[in-house]
Design a protein around this ligand. Structure first.
Ligand code: APR
Length: 237
């Protein structure tokens, strides 16, 4: 029997209870750093050392973070559903919680690749990407081809190569779940619009959400508790 398909879009809020800062909450990452300086292709050209330090710091923080009950609950949905996780997060907590089909829209913190001043904006060859775990990279750390290593992160001003796969996952969904994103950054923020007209959309977030759509049910809670509510809704269907 074909299992129902759930597509889960996550943002920084799903990792908040693992102690990882969100971007736009008070004392979030963007309060201490300007996006332009540490998360844009322009920032990379202006001050690559600052950017390398920013991601080295976040990689080190990730080493001591653990998946929380929300990550585990999302992974647990795979017991009864065909689940695709589309995450804006660059942490590896969904993987470590056991989710098996994950689309990282904005890249992955533990991975690096050679910079390519001509193609970086429009994409990169997947085979040049490799995992460094939680270690650091610095100016002068070069790839085999001699190019400077850079974080495998999609920066502002760069293309989002996996957006087509994400749209496909939303179009195919029987149920869409959105957890912990302010829905401020496109194209990720527009993904819910690709859900079919009869696909219910559940949003878990303790704050108001900036979208109005008759398909949406807002579960106003933190991710760990909201996932309990969501599972009860699924079990009542
Ligand atoms: N549980 C669930 N949601 C939470 C929690 C929590 N414990 N704590 C905060 N949130 C919610 C906030 O209310 C907010 O709606 O998580 C959301 C976090 O929003 P942002 O900080 O904007 O993070 P995100 O939406 O993932 O940002 C998208 O912007 O900076 C870029 O590339 C970066 O991927 C990131 C993208």
């Amino acid at each position: 029997m074909n299992r129902k398909r759930i597509t889960v879009l996550t943002g920084a809020g799903v990792s908040a209870e693992s102690g990882i800062s969100t971007f736009r909450d008070s004392n979030g990452l963007w309060e201490n750093y300007s996006v332009e300086d540490v998360a844009s292709i322009g920032g990379w050209y202006r001050n690559p050392a600052l950017m390398l330090d920013f991601y080295n710091m976040r990689r080190k923080e990730l080493a001591s973070a653990k998946p929380n009950a929300a990550h585990v609950a999302i992974a647990g949905l795979e017991k009864e559903y065909d689940v695709t996780v589309v995450t804006q997060n660059v942490d590896n907590l969904h993987e470590r919680a056991g989710s098996t089909r994950i689309i990282h829209l904005h890249g992955e913190l533990t991975k690096v690749r050679p910079e390519d001043r001509y193609n970086d904006r429009d994409g990169f060859s997947e085979e040049s990407v490799f995992d460094i775990g939680y270690s650091e990279i610095h100016l002068g750390d070069l790839a085999p081809d001699g190019a400077q290593l850079r974080p495998h992160i999609v920066w502002f001003g760069e293309a989002v190569p996996k957006i087509e796969a994400a749209i496909d996952a939303v179009e195919r969904a029987d149920i869409m779940l959105i957890v912990g994103t302010s829905l401020q950054v496109y194209p990720a923020a527009g993904l819910y619009r690709y859900a079919k007209n009869n696909t219910p959309i559940y949003i878990i977030d303790p704050k108001d959400v900036p979208v109005a759509d008759s398909r949406i049910t807002h579960i106003r809670n933190v991710a760990t508790k909201g996932m309990e509510t969501f599972k009860n809704i699924l079990n009542s269907k």
